[in-house]
Design a binder for this molecule. Structure first.
Ligand SMILES: *Cc1c(COP(=O)(O)O)cnc(C)c1O
Length: 242
């Protein structure tokens, strides 16, 4: 492990932390309400390992084929400071035939967007004796290229999920368009929060959804101001290689 990778990472981590704390203060939120997922999909195994060793506990990947090597190398190893182990988040669109690879390795699923996928996860989780915390992905921006449910479909979808006892629906996830100015993403994040609150008021699920997975490198401060509880940071936090 070259020290330069670690040194450069440490600088990034501190800079991001400083901005996260500032955004929390600005919006009167406590830093403890917010979790950072280090998205390692653009970086090498070496960089991902360094990130973990420097104390980034939550790691996110969006394709099992690309994540496999990192998962195998990192998952069993102890983390820097407190020796904790990595917690993996699956953030990309998940094919039903990959569910068997992912469930049991990735703790959280951020991309639940259809019933067939929910059923496959539920089946696999119950075989393994697990309950899987999931975010329902919603396409708030309405962009054609984005995955996720139409907001109008959400109540009926949640209703169907009630039957699946090995899933725990903890919140909603969305992606804002990449190219937009950070400030332009505000209505998208605000809508996701309103949607979550509305679903909770209607009490469709037995348990309220407490979480919001929103905000990436270009717009995380706005997402924090709008109530994100999980931000997913790749480029700005661990970098982009190759
Ligand atoms: C790649 C990715 C991210 C991280 O993107 P950056 O802009 O590099 O921070 C976050 N969420 C999802 C779903 C992604 O696919």
């Amino acid at each position: 492990m070259t020290t330069t990778i670690k040194e450069a990472l440490q600088v990034r981590i501190e800079e991001v932390e400083r901005r996260v704390v500032a955004a929390c203060e600005l919006s009167g939120r406590s830093r403890e309400e917010l979790n950072i997922i280090a998205v390692t999909k653009y970086v090498s195994l070496e960089t991902a390992q360094a990130a973990h060793q420097l104390g980034l506990r939550h790691l996110g990947e969006n394709r099992w084929q690309d994540a496999k090597e990192k998962w195998e190398a990192i998952s069993g190893s102890a983390m820097g400071e407190d020796g904790g182990q990595a917690v993996w988040h699956f953030i990309g669109s998940l094919q039903t035939n990959k569910v068997k690879d992912v469930i049991g390795k990735f703790t959280y699923i951020h991309s639940l967007d259809r019933l067939s996928l929910a059923q496959a996860i539920d089946k696999r989780a119950s075989q393994l004796g697990l309950t899987v915390p999931c975010f329902v992905q919603v396409n708030v921006s309405g962009e054609q290229s984005k995955h996720g449910l139409d907001p109008e479909q959400l109540p009926a979808f949640l209703e169907e999920l009630k039957e699946l006892s090995s899933l725990r629906i903890i919140g909603l996830m969305t992606m804002a368009p990449y190219e937009t100015e950070a400030e332009e993403t505000r209505p998208i994040f605000r809508s996701l929060r309103k949607l979550r609150d509305e679903m909770n008021e209607r009490a469709i699920l037995p348990e309220s959804m407490t979480e919001l997975s929103m905000g990436m490198s270009g717009d995380f401060e706005v997402a924090i101001e709008e109530g994100a509880t999980w931000i997913r940071l790749g480029t700005i936090l661990v970098g982009k290689e190759g």
